[in-house]
Design a protein around this ligand. Structure first.
Ligand code: EPU
Length: 356
């Protein structure tokens, strides 16, 4: 087992924040995890699972042993009457996997093209874009219990998917020896994910950005590859490429409010962007709330609010020279944004990434 010491994490987090892992082991297969667990020095030490680093804010060096997931492989596992069941290793790059499924003739993931990160990280926050969420295409996943070394399989219900949420974002709570809530944060390492891609594929349309592309191209029944290309174009036009400008995508979740709260906001700000949800609640566009508080283009140190999308915080100095934003600057900026949105709208924005 190779334990690398003092490993720079800047290349392994899409915010390009400078930090080090005191110790890091690369995981390419189950046996690598088992070797860690059986090791007299490392077996019992706390562990931190690192995927594509696309949803974390590093606020200092990482003290737990970093398990960097590099499990590869993608294949058609089986076919049912309704779906192609396709599997990918947790270390596969998400976007490359989406492109591969389309090239193989298995559409269904095209609306989620170009989401940064790895396949293994995708269920953790139930990634989603342009009307499709991971849970809509999810079949099951295999994960390893980091305490017992046992591999287990979870279906969608067991993953407890929510909006940018799953069982992997929560720690379990135990009170007086009784499990109050189930959570797998820091407890499980996702090895492989299976997707069910529908044979009776239908395009998922209805999102304003996609509708606009359809009108521009005079196309009412786009193919999956066409949607993939449009989603890539839309994202490239308004979201910063993490390879160039460090970021973790949306920094806050879009909040939901009651119709009464929304009516109250509309009375003061008639232009507030909002969407009616099936359960009667109303989702507000956090980007709009932040934008209307005047945050676009503002900075704290080298951490800034992206000029074209106020929901995205960026690292303005993300060179390899160490002059980029610190995690502290990012969090100070995030807190200032939360405060101003709260003071104006009475809504506390919830961050999307995991703060480490
Ligand atoms: N808006 C503004 N000003 C801004 C940003 C947005 O007025 O600075 C307005 C837009 O004009 C639009 C509305 O807010 O009317 C929503 O904006 P957008 O369509 O860009 O989507 P979003 O709600 O900000 C969500 C996801 C994205 C996903 C897009 C498309 C969340 C937190 N974010 O963004 O996901 O790509 O929809 O489906 O749900 C991510 O999670 O990292 C991510 C990028």
């Amino acid at each position: 087992m190779l334990v690398e010491k003092n490993v720079p994490l800047q290349p392994f987090n899409t915010f390009h924040i400078v930090a080090k892992a005191q110790a890091l082991v690369r995981i390419t297969q189950e046996s690598d995890v088992l070797a860690v667990l059986a090791d007299p020095e490392w077996g019992a030490t706390p562990k931190f699972v690192l995927g594509g680093g696309s949803n974390i804010v590093l606020t200092g060096d990482v003290k737990p042993l970093v398990l960097k997931v590099e499990v590869k492989g993608r294949r058609l596992v089986s076919e049912t009457a309704k779906a192609f069941i396709v599997e990918a290793g947790a270390g596969e790059v998400w976007h490359d996997f989406v492109a591969w499924t389309l090239a193989q003739g298995y559409p269904g993931l095209e609306n989620m093209a170009l989401i940064p990160g790895t396949v293994g990280a995708s269920p953790v926050q139930n990634v989603g874009a342009y009307g499709v969420e991971l849970q809509d295409r999810f079949e099951s996943l295999d994960a390893m219990d980091l305490q017992t070394g046992q591999v287990f399989t979870l279906n969608a219900a067991q993953c407890a998917f929510g909006y940018r949420d799953s069982v992997f974002k929560h720690g379990g709570t135990v009170q007086r020896g009784v499990h109050q809530t189930m959570g797998l944060k820091d407890r499980a390492l996702i090895l492989r994910v299976k997707f069910a891609l529908p044979k009776a594929w239908k395009p998922v349309l209805g999102y304003a950005d996609i509708e606009k592309k359809m009108a521009e191209h005079g196309c009412t029944t786009p193919a999956a590859q066409q949607i993939f290309d449009w989603v890539c174009a839309v994202r490239r036009a308004k979201l910063p490429d993490p390879a160039v400008i460090g970021n973790v995508g949306s920094f806050f979740k879009n909040p939901t409010v009651t119709p009464e709260q929304c009516a109250d906001i509309i009375a003061r700000d008639p232009k507030v962007v909002h969407y009616h949800l099936a359960d009667g609640a109303i989702k507000l566009a956090a980007g709009w709330l932040i934008d209307s508080c005047g945050w676009k283009g503002k900075s704290v140190g080298q951490a800034g609010v992206f000029e074209k999308q106020a929901l995205v915080l960026v690292n303005r100095g993300a060179g390899t020279d160490g002059n980029g934003a610190t995690g502290g600057e990012v969090m100070t900026l995030a807190k200032a944004i939360q405060t101003s949105v709260y003071e104006r709208f009475g809504i506390l924005l919830e961050p999307e990434p995991v703060v480490v």
